[in-house]
Design a protein around this ligand. Structure first.
Ligand code: ZN
Length: 207
């Protein structure tokens, strides 16, 4: 079962992270090869691939441990059979490639709260009495707060897609789509620009 602990930052530079990610086509090629009898166990083969899949059972997203089989590519309704990370073969599911497979969402790091804006589509850890799972949500509103040594204290009002419940959550329960890397690049460039202009200002004063 997925948990926030299972989605700790990888330590890779988030800006260049997407370059290190295998593409879905590569993963599916491995799945296709896995149907050949001479291949090794497909679970071992694709353990390095970082994708997540949406389960039809509960509508939650889980890390993919393996792509086992594929079908329907010739008819335009491609599906893959996935093994969910941490779950056994009895939980394997056929899922639609277009709607239910995507690159793994990434946990926000403390300073990355700056790129969150209302309307963002994010993955959020929902804790209920009987289950705690990752679901798609929309950011409805947010309250920026100070940061200290313990990190981000901002609060985010999110609405879950599957049950339309609203909840106020901290950043540590939220994961972003890899596409938001471009926002981090912009934020990083602007921070560097501000530092450079501050340095220039200090030099000018000294002259
Ligand atoms: Zn914050």
């Amino acid at each position: 079962m997925a948990s926030p602990q299972a989605r700790q930052p990888t330590g890779m530079n988030p800006i260049s992270f997407h370059l290190d990610r295998p593409c879905l086509e590569c993963a599916l090629a491995v799945a296709a090869d896995a149907t050949q009898p001479h291949q090794r166990n497909p679970v071992d083969d694709v353990s390095v691939v970082h994708f997540e899949a949406k389960s039809a059972r509960d509508g939650a997203w889980y890390d993919v441990a393996a792509f086992l089989l594929q079908r329907g590519f010739e008819t335009g309704h491609p599906e893959v059979k996935v093994r969910f990370s941490g779950l056994g073969g009895e939980a394997d599911e056929w899922v639609n490639v277009h709607e239910c497979i995507r690159q793994c969402s990434l946990p926000y790091e403390a300073r990355q709260c700056a790129i969150v804006v209302p309307g963002d589509h994010i993955l959020c850890f929902q804790e209920r009495q009987k289950q705690a799972l990752y679901f798609d949500t929309r950011v409805v509103d947010l309250q920026r707060r100070n940061h200290d040594s313990r990190g981000c204290h901002c609060r985010f009002l999110v609405r879950y897609d599957h049950d339309h419940c609203e909840e106020i959550v901290p950043l540590r329960k939220m994961c972003r789509q890899p596409e938001t890397n471009c926002r981090l690049q912009i934020m990083s460039a602007m921070t560097r620009g501000e530092e450079a202009s501050t340095d220039l200002g200090a030099l000018t004063k000294r002259e």
